[in-house]
Design a protein around this ligand. Structure first.
Ligand code: DLL
Length: 435
């Protein structure tokens, strides 16, 4: 089968050439930041590093990290490296606590970001003949604008739906023969559930691919969405601070996401010590944006826990791959001293035949953590016999105990009683007020 790329020469560049390119860009970018961002210049001065000390990517470790706390401190303009008159766009995080992060873009920043999203669309097997339904939120969130821009670059017919109004999403999808769906995996699951309820079979649905990201999702959830919609579902990753979606994207191998290494330099560090870890080890993902002009973060700690791998990929792309993020250093729950990730809970649910419709509720009563999971029953599991429900709850609690090492209280609830998400799903309610 012929392979398709959006920018073949870059995407299949020999690794040595990528590293050389990254080194050249890094030297320039450090100079740009030092000269234009007093906040980061101070961090470098405190660490005793000057731009002259950075000769290439081998010197990256000398640079100070930048954290979300720095972004909050510097809000709103403190990390801006270009005059506002040269900026054409702002996006912002969906964060619910504290100050939001605002990111600025020059026209060149927007262009390169859209190229990254275009690479993802082509890697998902789509092109000019496709109809791309963008059901990520439009607005300050980067999902809508990013995939929209990428779809234009590829020349697909773009359906700028934004998220929500599921009836209308389905109507447009069916009437206008959408072949590519872009939205969060939880919204994709919701749309597929609604299609199924309306009696559509996978073969009735025009879609052939989906590009889903912005939140963690498991392989099990991927299989379920793929089966219900009759598509191939591709993961896409990114964050507002690094432009948005498209920092990395999946190819047909579906074994991790290729990082757009001509624009982003990735490292994995030990989140406790800051030490750089070798390829293949699990740790916190750190990005240096090599081309961003207006908001050029160096060594930005994402808080996402991940693994990198440079194993040869059958798609021909040479960019390093990142595994699906396993969670965030800040959404890992510590319950009764045990580390718990929502993704582990989701894996158990799907293995045990439940849908990924659940909510985790953690509280602290008399200095003890309480740990409850509300889980929706499938319509076919639904029963009003208390003994049957209790038996199902017990069996699910046992499966959770095996995976997590601690025992949650499981509450099976009626089908459709947990609020569906049109954007990022809210999986955890932590009432302990630990911070
Ligand atoms: O979520 C950008 C995006 C939009 C990515 C659309 C993909 C698709 P933020 O709202 O700033 O930006 O959230 C960034 O979301 O640090 C991860 O924790 C998480 N995240 C993003 N993509 C994935 C993914 C957008 N594919 C934060 N898998 C990141 C797991 C993801 N987590």
């Amino acid at each position: 089968m012929e392979k398709h790329y959006y920018q073949k020469e870059i995407e299949t560049m020999p690794v040595e050439d990528i590293k050389k390119l990254q080194s050249e860009k890094l030297v320039k970018q450090v100079r740009h930041v030092y000269d234009n961002v007093p906040y980061y210049r101070n961090l470098m001065d405190e660490k005793g590093v000057k731009p002259e000390d950075i000769h290439g990517i081998e010197d990256l470790h000398k640079l100070p990290f930048l954290t979300k706390a720095d972004l909050r401190d510097a809000y709103p303009y403190g990390l801006l490296a270009k005059p506002l008159s040269e900026c054409v766009r702002i996006h912002s995080t969906s964060g619910t606590t504290g100050r939001r992060v605002v990111a600025f873009y020059t026209q060149n920043d927007v262009d390169l970001w859209e190229d990254c999203c275009a690479r993802a669309i082509v890697a998902a097997g789509c092109g000019k003949e496709d109809v791309c339904q963008v059901a990520y939120g439009y607005g300050l969130f980067t999902g809508g604008a990013g995939l929209h821009g990428g779809s234009h670059k590829v020349g697909s017919l773009t359906l700028p739906m934004s998220s929500g109004n599921t009836e209308r999403q389905i109507q447009f999808m069916m009437d206008l023969n959408a072949t590519l769906l872009c939205c969060t995996p939880s919204y994709a699951a919701y749309i597929s559930e609604s299609l199924k309820e309306q009696g559509y079979k996978p073969e009735d649905i025009p879609l052939k691919a989906g590009i889903f990201g912005a939140e963690p999702w498991t392989e099990e959830m991927r299989h379920q969405i793929e089966e219900t919609l009759g598509i191939k579902a591709y993961d896409i990753y990114g964050l507002t601070e690094t432009s948005g979606p498209g920092v990395s994207f999946e190819c047909e191998e579906q074994t991790g996401m290729h990082i757009n290494e001509d624009h982003f330099l990735a490292e994995i560090i030990d989140p406790d010590t800051g030490e750089v870890l070798p390829e293949g080890e699990k740790g916190e993902l750190v990005f240096t944006a090599l081309d961003k002009e207006a908001f050029p973060l160096l060594r930005y700690r994402t808080r996402d826990i991940c693994v990198l791998s440079r194993k040869k990929c059958s798609c021909g792309r040479t960019f390093i791959k990142m595994a699906k993020p396993m969670g965030r250093t800040d959404d890992m729950l510590i319950i009764r001293g045990v580390n718990v990730f929502p993704s582990q809970i989701e894996t158990v649910l799907l293995n045990e035949g439940y849908q990924p419709n659940y909510q985790i509720i953690v509280d602290r009563v008399n200095n003890n953590d309480t740990f409850e999971i509300n889980v929706e029953m499938n319509p076919e599991q639904f029963t009003d016999k208390v003994s049957e429900i209790l038996a199902m709850e017990k069996s699910l609690a046992n499966a959770m105990k095996t995976m997590l090492g601690i025992n949650p209280a499981i509450h099976l609830v009626a089908p459709k009683s947990i609020t569906r998400s049109e954007g990022k799903a809210v999986r955890v309610v932590d009432k302990r007020k630990l911070i």
